[in-house]
Design a protein around this ligand. Structure first.
Ligand code: PGA
Length: 250
């Protein structure tokens, strides 16, 4: 049985004092969850989040990183730096980064490799635009993005990569993929992984759904056989709402 991973993606929101209060409020609400609880916070909140989440079951992640270890890259943060402060997870290739910050399949692949080099667990985002969906390209786009992101990884690394399937038209729009659509897309990603790395590996890869997940739709989505939890944006900014998503079974 694959574990469900529920990860919050705060994007460019929340100040240090809000971070501390949020985690103090969330911790007792999710302490009995058997699901993995992750909060991916802005760089400036990481340290506060890590300290406040100590002795809780909440794991902390970053939202991006550079693939180089160090050097003349003004404004960038490396995997080595994240590891040094004990960050566990990192989102790689979010569609907002692909769209606004020139992230490509190639840089995504380099970042995934750098993440493993420094023992970070990558959450790799893939997803189609509305236009691609309407022209029937969804499966092609998301399986290609997955294949390119994982290129050159060992089977063990592939097993430890989390993929977040996030249809771009569903992000921040209030529009959610139907549970059947989301499940089918995720199954296509899993089949592609099976084709390249074998069924055993594919069965172990955690593949989340993301895009307007909230407490009112989390249960129906996360109960689908291929959907292993979610990457949650807007609904992860309120501790109570996010706790209901983490505790979706209840
Ligand atoms: P949303 O964002 O839940 O606000 O749609 C999801 C994401 O971008 O990861």
């Amino acid at each position: 049985m694959r574990k469900k991973v529920i990860a919050g993606n705060w994007k460019m929101n929340m100040l240090p004092d809000e971070t501390i209060r949020f985690i103090e409020e969330l911790a007792p609400l999710v302490k009995d969850s058997k699901n993995e609880v992750v909060l991916c916070v802005p760089y400036t909140d990481l340290f506060y989040a890590l300290l406040t989440a100590q002795n809780t079951n909440i794991k902390i992640g970053a939202q991006n990183m550079h693939f180089e270890e160090s050097g003349a890259y003004t404004g960038e943060v490396s995997a080595k730096m994240l590891q040094a402060i004990h960050v566990e997870y990192v989102i790689i290739g979010h569609s907002e980064r692909r769209q606004y910050f020139h992230e490509t399949d190639e840089t995504v692949n380099k970042k995934v490799k750098a993440a493993f080099q420094y023992d970070l667990k990558p959450i790799v985002c893939v997803g189609e635009t509305l236009e691609q969906r309407e022209s029937g390209e969804t499966e092609k786009i998301i399986t290609e993005q997955t294949q390119l992101a994982l290129q050159g990884l060992s089977n063990e690394q592939v097993e430890n990569t989390i993929i977040a399937y996030e249809p771009i038209w569903a992000i921040g729009t209030g529009k959610t993929a139907t549970k059947e659509d989301a499940n089918n897309s995720i199954q296509a990603i899993r089949n592609k992984i099976a084709e390249i790395y074998g069924q055993m590996v594919a069965n172990r890869v955690i593949i989340q759904y993301g895009g307007s997940v909230k407490s009112s739709n989390a249960k129906e989505l996360f109960e689908m056989p291929h959907i292993d939890g979610g990457l949650v944006g807007g609904a992860s900014l309120k501790a109570e709402e996010f706790s209901k998503i983490v505790n979706f079974e209840g």
